[in-house]
Design a binder for this molecule. Structure first.
Ligand code: TYD
Ligand code: MG
Length: 459
């Protein structure tokens, strides 16, 4: 190609895309170790800052518009066919938006998007582009899942420029690129999956999506080896970033949003992998409480608010005499520092001596809690294990705990009570302040407490 300078190489962090002239052991931007990989860079590419083929760039004439001429009518969103998925997106797919779906290989990204594509194809035109599987393999997968809309079409291709010309001609409402790491453009010298290829291809897809109003899903594998660029490299390019995670041994999958230009990032969607593809779990509380031991010590049910939904889950605590002099603490599914802080409050404010105890806290079902409203349940779970007395199984506990041992209010208390009531619990222990001015529910007893030790009377 004319005008191309001699080949140079640059080092990229495969985690976050940080660029450096020399190799580094640790990335100064995202702090990951051994993630730098060397890639050839041709200046001709680097100068095309906004990406896209030059033909596409020339075609996109710039036209300033007046504020009054900008339409403010809400665009009609496309339903994904899964309530769980649509809610995570903020109410469906926004036309022309670019959505990254990241996750470990094998978690079910292709299955989720194939099912979604099939559903959307009932009313819209959809093209599913796979760089990973042959048409035959997709067909086999589709057969497992069941019915496909007639208008769902497939392409097996990895050249992004050919894909874009096809999309510009076909102008579907929705397309799926599975996966972005298999795509490449001949304008970049790097191998498919490298940081520069992944970035370049995504930028081209972004332009294609916006100019032709094609809602686009990009699948991105989360990688461990650090030779293939991970989805974080493109988080800033796309409109929405979703991560599909699995509690491997638990059989269910959680879809979370890490960034969303068109909705909240608090929502989560829960799915279950079955023999016929993914099924949504509309009642996660029931699901998460399944298989609970009756009268187990150290187990407490708490209620969290995930986005617009209240969710019950079990917090488990274990306190045992330490064997090796130094007490061990371990937190699974919650922040370690938060746990240590709560144990210190328990020790200092309630006079419970746990200095010589190993303490383990676990959130059952592999869920992660990030909200302080589970504090009270964590403390009660540890106490229950310490005293070897079970917490009554019909009790739900929630509330934030402060450094003085005081129980602080939590948002949406009545939603949490309602969820506990719906699942047949009889009693809620919660912050006394949250009860003020609240209409008392009839079916369920509410006990307001202001200090942590007040709840130990229960044991
Ligand atoms: P897949 O969607 O290929 O994962 P990804 O695209 O994220 O790499 O699905 C992964 C797993 O799901 C695979 O191990 C097979 C399993 N699976 C089922 O259990 N049931 C099904 O109906 C389908 C299609 C897949
Ligand atoms: Mg796949």
């Amino acid at each position: 190609m004319a005008g191309k300078s001699k080949e140079e190489t640059v080092f990229f962090c495969t985690e976050c895309g940080y660029e450096s002239r020399k190799w580094m052991g640790q990335c100064p931007s995202c702090r990951s170790w051994s993630t730098f990989s060397e890639e050839p860079v041709t200046r001709i590419r680097a100068s095309g800052r906004q990406g896209g083929s030059s033909a596409a760039r020339a075609a996109a004439e710039i036209m300033p518009v007046r504020m009054d001429d900008i339409s403010t009518e809400p665009e009609e969103r496309i339903s994904t066919g899964f309530d769980e998925f649509s809610r995570v997106l903020g109410g469906g797919i926004v036309p022309g938006s670019l959505i990254l779906v990241g996750g470990d290989p094998g978690v079910g990204k292709s299955t989720l998007l194939l099912q979604t594509a099939a559903k959307v194809a009932e009313k819209h035109s959809v093209i599913y582009i796979s760089g990973e599987e042959s048409l035959k393999q997709i067909r086999l997968r589709a057969r497992r899942i069941g019915e496909m809309g007639e208008d769902l079409r497939f392409v097996a291709e990895t050249d992004i420029d050919r894909i874009i010309s096809m999309l510009e001609k076909e102008k579907p409402d929705l397309c799926v690129i599975d996966s972005i790491q298999t795509m490449s453009t001949a304008d970049s010298q790097s191998v498919p999956g490298s940081v520069s290829q992944v970035r370049e291809c995504s930028q081209r897809m972004m332009i294609c999506a916006k100019q032709n109003n094609i809602a686009t899903f990009l699948v991105g594998h989360v990688t461990k080896e650090g030779t293939v660029a991970g989805p974080r490299v493109l988080e800033h390019i796309v409109d929405t970033v979703l991560y599909f995670e699995s509690g491997e041994q638990f059989g269910y999958r959680v879809l979370r949003s890490a960034k969303n230009r068109f909705g909240s990032t608090n929502e989560i969607g829960v799915f279950e992998m079955s023999g016929e593809g993914l099924k949504e779990v509309l009642n996660p509380s029931e699901y998460l409480l399944e298989g609970r031991f009756k009268n187990a010590t150290g187990a407490v049910v708490t209620c969290l608010i995930e986005g617009s939904r209240a969710m019950l889950m079990e917090v488990q605590g274990l306190a045992a005499d330490t064997q090796y002099g130094i007490a061990r603490r371990q937190a699974n599914g919650m922040d370690y520092n938060r746990m240590v802080m709560l144990l210190a409050v328990l020790q200092k404010r309630a006079g419970v001596n746990i200095g010589q105890m190993d303490v383990y806290v676990n959130i059952a079902g592999g869920m992660k809690i990030t909200q302080p409203s589970a504090d009270l349940a964590v403390i009660l779970a540890v106490m229950s294990s310490l005293r070897n007395v079970p917490v009554p199984e019909d009790t739900v506990v929630f509330g934030e705990v402060g450094l003085s041992g005081e129980v602080r209010s939590v948002p949406q208390a009545s939603d949490r009570i309602r969820e506990a009531e719906r699942l047949g619990f009889r009693r809620v222990i919660m912050p006394a302040v949250s009860l003020k001015g609240m209409e008392r529910p009839r079916q369920i007893e509410t006990i307001g407490i202001s200090f942590i030790s007040e709840m130990f009377a229960l044991l």
